[in-house]
Design a protein around this ligand. Sequence first.
Ligand SMILES: [Ca+2]
Length: 495
Amino acid sequence: MKLLISQTMNTKSIILSSISTLVFLVGATELLAQPNSNRPSVVSGSKPNIILMMADDLGWGDTGYNGHPFLNTPNLDKMSAEGVTFNRFYSAAAMCSPTRGSVYTGRNPYRFGITYAMKGRLEDTEIPVTSVVKEAGYTTGHFGKWHLGTLSRIKGDQSRWGSFEEDPVRYYCPPWERDVDVSFVTESKVPTWDPLLHPDPIKGDEVSDATFVGARGSSYGNDYFTGEGQTETENMDGDDSRVIMDRAIPFIQNAVKEETPFFTVIWFHTPHSPVVGGDEYRAMYKDHPEPAQHYYACVTAMDEQIGRLRSELSNLGVADNTMLWFCSDNGPARQGSPRHVGSPGHLSGYKLSIQEGGIRVPGLLVWPDQIKQPITISEPCVTSDYFPTILSSLGIDLPNDRPYDGINLWPLIQGQSKERTKPIGFLNKEATEAVWMGTRYKLLSTPEGDQLFDIVNDPAEKGDLSVDLPSITQTMKFELNQWKAGVLADLNSIP
Ligand SMILES: [Ca+2]
């Protein structure tokens, strides 16, 4: 089959053919298309709607269904009770932008230069999932955080730092130039309550958070864009998750009205800093310290909007034929603010660490047409898997001109496969630390040496087995080094 993907920004158009453009790279077998038997049966019928939701810095332990003692997340709990709960769902990185890049591309973010926040962009040479589904007849929308490039070319705009501030033209990459039909997006973080305005100063916040310096009620400095030079200012009060959902739902309603399958990305800012909770939600946690109330309040407010979305899908009669995914982009933040009280649950480490607490996050899927009863999957799965899994569900072969780090998850979900077919590689901010994640063992490689953990029986990474199990350690180290060399070669090839 042929898949024609036209890039709107540059003149480049990529024609992919499963025969003519097969390029043999390192690990070419991983480029082969998934057999048809690994697809859900829906591919022969109507096209399912697709919604990808993601929280920002929500920890593995920050949901009721994962055992939080008092945080109210009834709608996430309901998704867990009805669909697939991924016990070992990983963000591709321990921080924001890289994970987001993996969702759009199915590839490790180092392959295309998004190695940190405000660094890199969704390069023209990447194939965004939006381009693929648009080619398949979908209408596409992105609502909330973007973080995959600048949204304006103006220096000094949008509270930037790093590469985005140094060269906003080089990193200009808005969703409307990546086959997103309807955008309502911010370049980076905003307060989780009254998103356009500076909140009250947060006592104890580190002064290094420059975007916090501003009088209460003054402009926070980040805008919601709907197109080039177009920003929205109306209906921006209160809970930011509501503000986002107020745009996502009309997009879905319109798609249903026009009988067009929809692909919707909803990336909440919650519970990333500035963490601000509304009074009515804070009242639910009045027995807790004031800084913590804000965190729990904004998470519960986000959960409420997820419930609102599910009700709307039911009202529109499309809930059964919609796959609705949820995850977080990295583990909970613990630095910078007394309001950062997120929980990694029983795991060690936090955001920015490639210990489990920094990368293992809540992972959920409901799709009533295909998933009739609750399932728990304990194999490792990762945000890079969305791309191949979505393509498989539409009957589209993976492009075969580049390596993909993600795999098609349907065989695991449908019980045809009991084990993940290949390990997952992770790199930290400077690629000084790396992880090779297998089904049972996790190799953690740092400048101090290599550690091997039985991650099934020791999820808190307390007992290093590298001395006791030298053969497994050496094999995993060899595979990790091979993978890392390929990824860094891709990184170094970016102009
Ligand atoms: Ca994040």
